[in-house]
Design a protein. Sequence first.
Length: 286
Amino acid sequence: MTNDLLISRGEPQRNRIGVFDSGVGGLTVLRELYRQLPNESILYFADTARLPYGTRSAREILQFCFEILSWMVQQDVKMVVLACNTSDALALETLRGEFNIPILGLILPGSRAAVQQGRRIGVIATPATAASNAYRRALLEIDATAQVWQVGCPEFVPLVEQNRLHDPYTQEVALQYLMPLLQQRIDTLVYGCTHYPHLAPILRQILPPHVKLVDPAEHVVAAAAQELDLLGLKNTLPPLPTRFCVSGCPEEFAKLSVQWLGCTPVVEKTYLPAVSYSPSPEGVRG
Ligand code: DGL
């Protein structure tokens, strides 16, 4: 902690990038950060005490994001990546008006990549993201000739968080969710929730081989790299170890994540500040 504070004063490029999700979904974004930006230090927060986010109201999501970003700003992050599509769909624009740091979401970079892959685009997402139409809007704004079908998949996040990745029931559920998209003969499928790439082996088995899978994680990290360059905030020195923080049980998170991280992470229990969201009169804080 003391180290982090010292670093933030003199060399902002050495500060961490804040990454958050409701749970282990954001690890798919973290994986891309390690791959594309190996020098960056990361603060990963998982709001495991309150997952899933995808069946919550816009008001709740905005309040949760507001608490998380207020805390991340206190931790001196130099940028925040919303590794949660639901938060992007329901809160990104408001957060950008409230906090004076770069905040990146998955939906725009993911949509840009998808329209380059195909014309008949399926999006699997949480019920909240699907109902928000955020992907449809973004995709059609970029290419009005694309055709888009979105499916809300309420059972996927609980199944991933319960580590039921190889359960035959998960396979049945996946088939049900993908069926309407297969009937529309999609040529491209977007992971509209960061938990879903963890289900790639199951989804790949069901999808015809010509259907391209788009993982927005890859593209939001490319956008983050560009933004860091532009702002002169890219770190060139060796990174600090990733700090993992959760609102729920640290041991449970550590046990579940080990399969994707390749080692058991040290996880801190974190109490977010009790701040309630109301639009700030001046617009920007932080
Ligand atoms: N992984 C997040 C998303 O991309 C949140 C999923 C959830 O908690 O429902 O939407």
